[in-house]
Design a protein around this ligand. Structure first.
Ligand code: MG
Length: 307
């Protein structure tokens, strides 16, 4: 069962983080046993978290009542997930090189989108749904180049892009090629900014790649402009991140969860004893940060809420 982990207090580098850290619970390790944990999504209807254990090609589930279980096996190397506006689940799949949909019980699997201009995607990685129902996702190469995270293969597109899919019209459009290897993504609370990370420094490429988050202005709700570096994240890479109601950005790193102000200032860090892959807000009040980190799922309650 859950137990707290003695990692020390939240590190505060900027006083603007103090209200969020005040009253935070100790970090808890909820369960362990995965090989590489990614893509957590909160299901409020049964107070559970689903996430990917990518090298084991399965999705895991945890709830306070039931503990950890295997939610589905042979999921085609899912990575990031999110809820669609109708409550169904959207999954990024390295194996299918596609975004697919299931119902919350895992039934009814069907492809949402799997190609652009007739070319298959590389390996969709992380995904968000905008308030207008459009689906935005990143397409880096990791499912092609990491043998245990997909079926391998060549890039047909020849680039790593961020896409916007409109399920009402079926249109699929790239929105940026600025990140070399786009990975995590999230909108600011008012959706005027899209954050996209670039983790091209991963896999031992620190000297040549990026480990940063870019920010873009969202124009007319559908295109991006004014791409600029928002923050470097170190050590490690910003694989995945979420935004709270203040606009603070909570991103994965090698040594925990780093927190940034919307002005780009690093505010502090939640120390985590394993390499962090991604985070999501959940809990009845939306104030619990669930953290997928290597073999384990962690949580910490904060004095804030996710958007
Ligand atoms: Mg990722």
């Amino acid at each position: 069962m859950a137990h707290s982990v003695d990692t020390g207090a939240i590190e505060i580098a900027d006083e603007r983080l103090r209200p969020v850290a005040a009253g935070a619970t100790p970090l808890e390790r909820l369960c362990t046993g995965a090989r590489w944990s990614e893509g957590p999504v909160w299901l409020s209807e049964d107070d559970s978290v689903l996430w990917s254990d990518i090298p084991n090609d399965r999705m895991l589930r945890w709830s306070e009542r039931d503990g950890m279980s295997v939610w589905r096996d042979r999921v085609e190397f899912t990575n990031g997930h999110t809820r669609d506006r109708d409550g169904s689940l959207l999954h990024c799949s390295h194996g299918l090189r596609a975004v697919y949909r299931t119902q919350p019980d895992g039934s009814g699997q069907r492809i949402v989108v799997d190609r652009w201009q007739g070319k298959r995607f590389n390996a969709p990685n992380d995904i968000v749904v905008k308030s207008d129902g459009t689906i935005w996702f990143t397409d880096p190469p990791y499912g092609l180049i990491i043998p245990e995270e997909g079926h391998g293969g060549e890039s047909e597109i020849g680039d790593c892009l961020v896409f916007r899919f409109d399920p009402h019209t079926g249109s699929i459009d790239p929105v940026t090629d600025l990140p070399i290897e786009p990975n995590g993504l999230a909108f600011s609370p008012d959706e005027s900014i899209l954050y996209v990370s670039d983790t091209s420094a991963a896999l031992g490429r620190e000297a040549t790649g990026n480990h940063c988050i870019f920010a873009f202005d969202v124009k007319d709700g559908r295109t991006l402009a004014n791409g600029r570096k928002f923050a470097d994240v170190s050590p490690g890479v910003p694989d995945g991140f979420r935004v709270d109601t203040r606009g603070f950005v909570y991103t994965s790193a090698q040594d925990g969860v780093h927190i940034f102000h919307p002005d780009g200032t690093r505010l502090g860090r939640i120390p985590v004893p394993e390499k962090v892959g991604n985070v999501t807000f959940g809990g009845a009040g939306g104030d619990v940060l669930y953290i997928t980190a290597s073999t384990s799922l962690y949580r910490i309650r904060l004095a804030t809420r996710g958007v």
